[in-house]
Design a protein around this ligand. Structure first.
Ligand code: HEM
Length: 536
């Protein structure tokens, strides 16, 4: 077939499908929402032009937690932060709300046939096989590895501080944490030493540095339209396009895939009889029973899925944790005081190092981390669409454009839903009048229950909920607790002048960047100096 003919068929298919959807849908036209900026990209750029959460706070108040927005080519979507609706979508409906086509394409690009993009049947099988590898006993046993990597990072920062002319050294903590989390996830999950914190040149690990910033920050209008076309194309066409399309973003993803597949093939061969996450998956690849088997390609895909899902998310959250400590010296002092008490008790029991039970018994560390996770959601949006016509229940009734008061919204099959994590996490009806302030104290006082329990941890939506919730949440929390303990014990954090240019940018995940230097990727420069240590 000639290229022009192929193009004509492609464009006609898209036009027909757009028209079909327009005529056959249950309309959400009566739901209030912001005016569309253009037919091509609707409100999509508007959602990205401001920092993560700004638009969500505005729309949450103005449209009462559910708004009709426009995505590409004049298509409708619903932006949702309504607690009852979120609860219904994530908890009540199993697999009725699947990931949108463009979200699945991203999963495929970053994780092949891994868990994140799997269709319901495959997802159920994979998740059942993978859940034990992320259970509390396995993750608590990994705690010494988390501490070990925090120590390596701390050693690196000590050298930087000691060699700087003044007592404090400006360190881009986001980029250092990115290296640390990639090293940690490789060692803890796959028993694979990458050594990037110690300046080793490991290509697979390096391909995860600044990945989302390179792939998804500040997309052009054309790119936004292209992403939204995924809905009208078949999977083989999308896969082919991703293989051949030009541009640095696609090239970066192709390099990443090549590097990780190469190393995953080698790792699998060494896994017989071991107990790390990858070994548990590799054993599943030899199971004779189809319901407990993962193919070799699926096992390799899980490595990509986990490395992608488990590195930039924790980088972003820990960076924001250090930022909040720098902004609030009083919280920093309080956390350090709690750390000193635990260090004393470790000394009193004869040493042996920090263990998971120590972190579990630190109320302020827990409260602080919960507040970081609430205010700085590493994955600000989740994208879903119903596989059948559905009705979304609302906890707060809304008045439609035509003046009707409704507490349910009928939606057609495949309507795109944008689940707003900052919208829910900052909802005053759920969190109180001070919902927009950073205040760890809220998790230390008894709270009234306002509405359904939506989120997985501390009721925040940050780790999602339900069948497709974050499988690595315990991994993330223990890793972040270990890092915070070690780093706050050794260092004092302060703001630098550059922080006035800080933007919490949306690049698929929340990435801290500096205005005017977005092309440099994640940046969070903080003043780091040595903290006063206790005398023995
Ligand atoms: C603070 C850190 C983290 C945050 C905020 C986070 C958040 C999330 C969210 C919101 C989802 C659901 C995405 C969606 O439905 O579109 C998810 C899924 C997932 N996460 Fe995490 N994550 C974190 C850390 C980790 C870690 C450390 C790992 C692995 C070591 C991990 C592995 C995964 C995987 C494999 C999925 C797909 C789960 C499924 O589809 O069943 N995550 N994560």
């Amino acid at each position: 077939m000639t290229v022009p003919l192929a193009l004509i068929i492609l464009v006609s298919t898209i036009v027909l499908r757009v028209l079909y959807k327009r005529w056959s849908r249950i309309s959400v036209a009566d739901i209030p929402g912001p005016e569309s900026v253009s037919f091509w990209i609707g409100n999509l750029q508007q959602m990205r032009q401001q920092e993560v959460g700004t638009m969500d706070a505005k729309w949450g108040e103005e449209y009462r937690k559910i708004a009709r927005v426009k995505v590409a080519l004049g298509m409708d979507a619903l932006w949702v932060s309504n607690p009852q609706a979120l609860h219904y979508i994530l908890h009540k409906s199993g697999y009725t709300f699947e990931k949108t086509a463009e979200r699945k394409v991203l999963s495929k690009l970053l994780g092949d046939d891994g868990l994140d993009g799997a269709n319901p049947e495959t997802h159920k099988r994979q998740r059942k096989l993978m859940d034990p590898a992320f259970g509390a006993p396995v993750i608590k046993a990994l705690f010494p590895t988390f501490v070990q990597y925090a120590e390596i990072l701390s050693f690196k920062w000590c050298k930087l501080v000691e060699s700087s002319p003044g007592p404090a050294c400006a360190i881009n903590v986001a980029s250092h944490l990115n290296v640390a989390t990639v090293d940690t996830v490789c060692e803890a999950s796959f028993d694979y030493y990458t050594g990037c914190l110690e300046d080793a040149d490991n290509e697979p690990a390096k391909s995860y540095m600044n990945l989302m910033a390179g792939v998804a920050s500040r997309p052009s209008d054309a790119r936004l339209v292209f992403d939204n076309l995924a809905e009208f194309l078949t999977e083989p066409v999308v896969t082919w396009l991703c293989r051949v399309l030009p541009g640095e973003a696609f090239a970066k993803l192709r390099r990443n895939k090549q590097e990780v597949h190469k190393v995953a093939e080698e790792i699998i061969e060494t896994k017989v009889g071991k107990r790390d996450v990858m070994s548990m998956f590799a054993q599943a690849s030899t199971s004779p029973e189809p319901s407990t088997r993962m193919s070799r390609y699926e096992v390799i895909s899980q490595m990509r899925s986990i490395m992608f899902a488990g590195s930039e998310t924790t980088t972003s959250t820990m960076s924001c944790a250090l930022l909040e400590l720098a902004r609030h010296p009083e919280y920093q002092d309080r956390l350090r005081a709690e750390i000193r008490v635990v260090e004393n008790s470790i000394r009193a029991r004869g040493g042996g190092g920090l263990i998971a039970a120590d972190a579990d018994a630190m109320p302020y560390l827990q409260a602080f981390l919960k507040e970081v996770v609430r205010v700085h959601p590493a994955v600000p949006y989740m994208y879903r669409r119903p596989v059948r016509d559905e009705v979304l229940p609302l906890s707060t009734p809304i008045t439609t454009r035509s003046g009707k008061v409704i507490s349910e919204v009928p939606i057609r099959k495949t309507l795109r839903l944008i689940l707003s994590v900052p919208g829910y996490n900052m909802d005053k009806d759920v969190w109180g009048e001070d919902a927009h302030e950073f205040n760890p104290e809220r998790f230390l006082r008894p709270t009234e229950k306002n509405g359904p329990n939506v989120g997985l941890w501390a009721n925040t939506l940050t780790l999602s909920a339900g069948a497709r919730s974050c499988i690595g949440w315990k991994f993330a929390l223990y890793e972040m607790q270990a890092f915070l303990f070690v780093l706050v014990s050794r260092f004092q954090f302060a703001l630098t002048e550059d922080i006035s240019r800080l933007r919490r940018e949306y690049a698929g995940s929340l990435v801290p960047m500096l205005e005017g230097e977005v092309e440099k990727g994640a940046q969070l420069p903080l003043g780091v100096s040595l903290a006063e240590q206790q005398q023995d």
